[in-house]
Structure formats: structure tokens, C-alpha cells
Design a protein around this ligand. Structure first.
Ligand code: GDP
Ligand code: MG
Length: 438
């Protein structure tokens, strides 16, 4: 999804003028990209019409950078689509009860463990896990193993008591033992059926949960959304947890759940490990979907003036963070063939915001200075800037006809850039792990 959206919008970006027709054709591609990602049809339709309306409006076409503005609108609308603000757990009762519901294999039990871990680590809670799935032989054991892993107690009564009783007694046990959160794991079925819903409603009535979290497998795309719709109708969910976002998901579920069910996604499961649970941030997700900075365009531009191999090499280096001063120098030389520096910086991941930062302001004069400074470095210094200590800085300054401050500034810029690349790298790692098709 990410790639399709980026390429759909790339054509608009950096353009001085954008016409209504340009926006229209970009929106056609955005529409296809979303549908391809398995986003709900109605959601796509509404989304595209909202974006189009805003995009051909005054705020955009009359602006100085209409292309960028369109992208901003898309980003904002994506964020809105996913609920706008981060939606937090509301844990008000003492103890607060969280009921995990969902189909079999969605990740309820795993998520219960992860959530307990998260609540303790991030919110200083003392959660009690309650084993309410008595149907699958290994379910209780699975929760107990998880409990051991995160070093938290698990309440179970084997498989002889009813899940409703187990939940009730679990809650009483939590009260006696000063637990402030109770997480009740329940049984799922392969499909939604009345027996399951009855049981869940029974538990709900008895323990009055603060949160009823539906766990759905993001990989199932529109099915996940349909499941959410049904569960919400029956149970009045308070939130959704999307699991397996680390898998080969196309992202449709993440985008449609809130819009279709009006139920916010509260967490995202990013792996099988107990710490692979992240609070869901619509804004971050939108940025992730749109890509951080427009690396593709940057590479494209670079390709126009640099040979393809070098561009690929650069991209790889940015990803693996092996970017050195040598590469930097290489870049400086090529930058002049590529056109206005501002444009390029804007396309670098993370550079958009940084451009305004004082220590990264760049103009041609600075470029020439930077080049001179790097040329005065030894090969080792270019490759391992860490070795550049005070006396080396002095030598480099002398050699390049600049001041130590100039050298310091350049090194700082370079380090900032690397840091940014690192951030980008961890994000694209996320991409490789899970967001690949976003
Ligand atoms: P339940 O039947 O709903 O309780 O599902 P489980 O918690 O037993 O999970 C089913 C499978 O999905 C297990 O193999 C989990 O390890 C796996 N799983 C759960 N959440 C995630 C996730 O976020 N990412 C990945 N990759 N696997 C997950
Ligand atoms: Mg389970």
C-alpha cells in the first residue's frame, strides 16, 4: 500500500502548479491503491471524495506548494480515518476488568499476555490473567506459560467450571490480592456463533468489564472488519487489537476498522513475542503508510544524474546505515547536478521537518565548505567519523582553510543525518517485518 500511495502522490510532489485534473488522476490511483490493500469499498469511496474535495479547494490549489498540500491532506484524512487521536484504555474500576474476545487463532491469549506485560511495564499495574478458555485443551497451559514468561500470576480453575464462574471468581481473587487489572482470556470459535456470544455476554454481565477488546487478525483483511462489525453489534466493544501486523498484511483492516465499526484500534500486535504489542497511533500509522519522506522520488531524481548502480548503493547504505563521509562527499558532488537542494532535502526521510533546524541550513557556500572539509579528512576519518577527536578537528580545519567550528558543525550535521537515517532504518525495518505491503 505504502509504495502504491507514494507513487500515486509522487507525481504531485515538488510541482509548482497542480491542476484539478492532476489531483483527479492522483486520486484515481490512491483509490486503486486502497482497494488493492483490501480497504473496505465504502471507506475508500468516502475517503477519496473527502480528500478530493479538500484537495481542489482553495487551501490547496492556491497554495505555494500544492503538491505537498495534497499529500498533507491525504495524511490528515488517513489519520482521521483511523480515529485521529490515539485511543487509550479506560481502566476505571478497581480492579479494572479487560475482556478479550475474538475468533479462534486471532491472538487473544497471546495478546492477553502481552497486554499484561505492557500494563505492568508502562503503567505500573499489577495485572491478573484469568484463564477463561476451557475448550481448547492447551489453552490454560498456554496462558500459564505466558504468565511465567512475563512473571505475572494466572488464575485458573481448570476446565470443570464454566467460563462465567471462572471470570467471576477470578475477579474476586483479584480483589483479595490487590490486583488492579484483571485480563480475562476467553474461548473463540472458528466462526461467530450464538453459543460463543451467549457465553461472552454471560461473562460480560457478571464482571462488568471496563474494556471489551476484540482481537482480530489483520492478515484476514476485510474479514477482520466484518468480524469486528458483528462482535461490536453483539458485545458493544470498547476497542480492537489488530494482531499480526508484522505479517504479510496489506493494511486494509487497519484502515477500515474504525471507519466501519466506529470502534477504535487500541493496540497493534507486531510479533509473537510478549513485548511485540504497540499502542496504536493513527497519526504514526498514517505516516508509516505514506512513507517517511519520499525516498522513492529521491532515488528517482538521483538516478537522473547519477548512474543507477550508485543510487541503489546509496539507498542500501541509507538503509543499513553504513553511510560515511565518503558517501557524503559523493553526494555533495552530485547534488549540484540534481537541482535545488531544498527540494532534495525535503525528500530525504525525516529531513522535511529538519530543514528548518538551524544547524542543517544548507546553501551553496556551505556545500563548498563541507566539500573542502571532507577532502581534508583521511580515508579512515571519512569512514569512521567517530575517530575525529579535537586534535584531528584542528588539523582538518587548518587543511581545509576553515575553522574548528565549521568542522564541528559539519560533523554534527553528519551525525544528525545518520541518526535520522537510523530512525528511518528502524521504520523500514518495521516495514520489512510487517509494513511491507502498507
Ligand atoms: P487465540 O486462539 O485467539 O487465543 O490465539 P493465540 O493467542 O493462541 O494466537 C494464535 C497464533 O497467532 C499463535 O501462534 C501466536 O503466536 C500468533 N500470534 C498472535 N499475535 C501475533 C502477532 O501479533 N504477530 C504474529 N506474527 N503472530 C501472532
Ligand atoms: Mg486462546
Amino acid at each position: 500500500l505504502s509504495e502504491r500511495l507514494q507513487s500515486a502522490l509522487a507525481k504531485l510532489k515538488g510541482r509548482g502548479k497542480v491542476s484539478e485534473a492532476d489531483v483527479k488522476s492522483a486520486m484515481r490511483e490512491v483509490r486503486l491503491a486502497l482497494l488493492e490493500a483490501d480497504v473496505n469499498f465504502k471507506v475508500v469511496k468516502n475517503f477519496v471524495s473527502r480528500v478530493s474535495e479538500r484537495a481542489v479547494g482553495q487551501e490547496v490549489l492556491q497554495s505555494l506548494t500544492p503538491g505537498q498540500q495534497v499529500i498533507k491532506v491525504v495524511n490528515e484524512e488517513l489519520t482521521k480515518l483511523m480515529g485521529g487521536e490515539q485511543s487509550r484504555l479506560q481502566l476505571n474500576s478497581k480492579p479494572a476488568v479487560i475482556l478479550m474476545v475474538g475468533l479462534q487463532g486471532a491472538g487473544k491469549t497471546t495478546t492477553a499476555g502481552k497486554l499484561a506485560h505492557h500494563l505492568r511495564k508502562q503503567h505500573n499495574k499489577r495485572p491478573l490473567l484469568v484463564a477463561g478458555d476451557i475448550y481448547r485443551p492447551a489453552a490454560i497451559r498456554q496462558l500459564e506459560v505466558l504468565g511465567k514468561q512475563v512473571d505475572l500470576p494466572v488464575f485458573s480453575l481448570g476446565d470443570k467450571e464454566s467460563p462465567v464462574k471462572i471470570a467471576e471468581k477470578g475477579l474476586a481473587h483479584a480483589k483479595e490480592n490487590q490486583h488492579d487489572v484483571v485480563i480475562v482470556d476467553t474461548a473463540g470459535r472458528l466462526h461467530i456463533d450464538e453459543t460463543m456470544m451467549d457465553e461472552l455476554r454471560g461473562i460480560k454481565e457478571k464482571v462488568q468489564p471496563d474494556e471489551i477488546l476484540l482481537v482480530v487478525d489483520a492478515m484476514t483483511g476485510q474479514d477482520a472488519v466484518n468480524v469486528a462489525e458483528s462482535f461490536n453489534r453483539e458485545m458493544d466493544l470498547t476497542g480492537v487489537v489488530l494482531t499480526k501486523l508484522d505479517g504479510d498484511t496489506r493494511g486494509g483492516a487497519a484502515l477500515s476498522v474504525k471507519a466501519v465499526t466506529d470502534c477504535p484500534v487500541k493496540f497493534a500486535g507486531m510479533g509473537e513475542k510478549v513485548d511485540a504489542l504497540e499502542p496504536f497511533h493513527p497519526e504514526r500509522m498514517a505516516s508509516r503508510i505514506l512513507g517517511m519522506g519520499d525516498v522513492l522520488t529521491l532515488i528517482e531524481k538521483a538516478q537522473a544524474s547519477v548512474d543507477e548502480e550508485k543510487a541503489r548503493d546509496l539507498e542500501r547504505k541509507m538503509r543499513t546505515q553504513q553511510f560515511t563521509f565518503e558517501d557524503f562527499l559523493d553526494q555533495l558532488e552530485q547534488v549540484r547536478n540534481m537541482g535545488p537542494l531544498d527540494d532534495l532535502l525535503g525528500m530525504m526521510p525525516g529531513m522535511g521537518q529538519v530543514k528548518g533546524m538551524k544547524n542543517l541550513q544548507v546553501d551553496e557556500k556551505h556545500l563548498t565548505k563541507a566539500e573542502a572539509i571532507i577532502r581534508s579528512m583521511t580515508l579512515q576519518e571519512r569512514r569512521e567519523p567517530e575517530v575525529i577527536n579535537a586534535s584531528r578537528r584542528k588539523r582538518i580545519a587548518l587543511g581545509s582553510g576553515t575553522s574548528v567550528q565549521d568542522v564541528n558543525r559539519l560533523i554534527k550535521q553528519f551525525m544528525d543525518m545518520k541518526k535520522m537515517m537510523k530512525q528511518f532504518q528502524s521504520m523500514s525495518k518495521g516495514k520489512k517485518r510487517g509494513m511491507g505491503k502498507f
